[in-house]
Design a protein around this ligand. Structure first.
Ligand SMILES: *Cc1c(COP(=O)(O)O)cnc(C)c1O
Length: 380
């Protein structure tokens, strides 16, 4: 076998790391203070997250999965309630709500944005629908106006899984401040990381207060157990990492933009291949955390699996994000009448075509140019 083009494997989702020395300094402070969880760094992290999101409140959590569960409960959803979620997303969106006894009902998407299609959401709303959970997939803002209108019409909360969304904006306003609450993820592979972590952001004081108590076993500001709850607290080590990541946010955005531009240029005019995110509304911005190629196999003359294998032989990893559709996964597939009452042709079609490629600080535009050359050679 010939030598792979790259000496070491290029990963999808290699963590973006901020300043090493700054992190060590903060960790030493944590040890000196002997305050290990939900302490001063956590409070500072929450303040900075609220600034970035442009919201009044931020409640940091141990991860976004627990954050979504707390947000849903804080917005009034109860076991047995149906909540509309997109079929095209990471499985965590559906699992988070399913695990607390809500019933995820999968909705079809707009194939251009990859996000919930408000017309399809409207079709799914029934007497048991008690909420809508939109996802800004790949950091592309949802049709927030369309979804807000439907949620308001039916008097149900609109929550956003903004796991990919920090650093993106909709009509000039940062992602974070829409709906009843939005939830960020700071998992290692996300745009900003705190090793693991998440945050619920909102302008609604009651939602924030309930979420803050539910994160800590339901203990309210008066130290009384006033509600149910869980342990969703963020450690101080994670908050330290989050603060260090936040200090580099402009750098990460610039790196992602340069890599994205290199992909767009390197794959321009390759028949059957489009680079996602597709061009956005001129007033919207995307953090470009993911670069995903959308492959029309017949036109490109190659299927996704063969292309992924060819890339891997050159030491380039790739991921079929997000395939299959959530409704096609075992726990949901078994009860289509409950979880997928309508067919989901667009989510299924998109899921079959996508392949996420390496980006972030672990790759350079010159690496990207080489990846594009490999793809061009394979498809033509
Ligand atoms: C990563 C992710 C989550 C879960 O985030 P964690 O912080 O890992 O719990 C939820 N939704 C989407 C869309 C994700 O990509």
């Amino acid at each position: 076998m010939s030598q792979p083009f790259f000496d070491a494997l290029l990963h999808v989702g290699r963590p973006n790391l901020g300043d090493h020395d700054l992190f060590i300094k903060k960790i030493e402070g944590v040890l000196e203070n002997r305050w290990l969880t939900a302490g001063p760094l956590g409070a500072e992290f929450e303040q900075r997250i609220a600034e970035v999101a442009g919201t009044r409140f931020a409640v940091a959590t141990c991860n976004a999965t627990v954050g979504l569960q707390i947000a849903a409960r804080a917005c009034g959803l109860r076991p047995g309630d149906e909540i509309i979620v997109p079929a095209f997303t990471w499985v965590a969106t559906a699992h988070a709500v399913d695990w607390i006894g809500l019933v995820p009902v999968f909705c079809d998407i707009d194939e251009e944005t990859g996000n919930l299609d408000p017309a399809q959401v409207a079709r799914l709303i029934g007497p048991r629908t008690k909420g809508i959970l939109g996802v800004h997939v790949f950091g592309v803002p949802c049709d927030i106006e369309g979804l807000t209108r439907i949620a308001d019409e039916h008097g149900i909360p609109l929550i956003f899984d903004a796991a990919h969304g920090i650093g993106s904006s909709y009509r000039g306003k940062p992602i974070g401040g829409f709906g009843s609450a939005e939830v960020f993820s700071f998992h290692a592979t996300k745009f900003l990381n705190s090793f693991e972590g998440g945050a619920i952001v909102t302008d609604d004081e009651e939602v924030a207060e309930r979420a803050r108590a539910m994160r800590n076993f339901g203990i309210g500001p008066d130290r009384e157990v006033g509600s149910g709850g869980t342990n969703g607290k963020l450690t101080e080590a994670a908050a330290a990492m989050g603060l260090v990541s936040l200090a580099s946010v402009d750098h990460f955005l610039a790196v992602n933009q340069a890599n994205f531009d290199a992909y767009v240029e390197g794959l321009a005019d390759v028949p059957g291949i489009r680079v996602r995110p597709l061009p956005l509304h001129p007033e919207d911005r995307c953090n470009l955390q993911y670069v995903v190629i959308d492959i029309d196999g017949e036109v490109a003359g190659i299927d996704r699996e063969t292309l992924a294998a060819t890339l891997l032989a050159e030491n380039v990893s790739s991921r079929p994000y997000f395939s299959p559709g959530c409704h096609q996964l075992t726990p949901y597939r078994e009860r289509p009448e409950v979880h997928a009452p309508h067919p989901l042709p667009r989510a299924e079609a998109l899921a079959q075509r996508v392949l996420a490629l390496p980006t972030g600080t672990a790759v350079t535009p010159s690496d990207v140019a080489s990846i594009c050359t490999i793809i061009r050679r394979t498809t033509t």
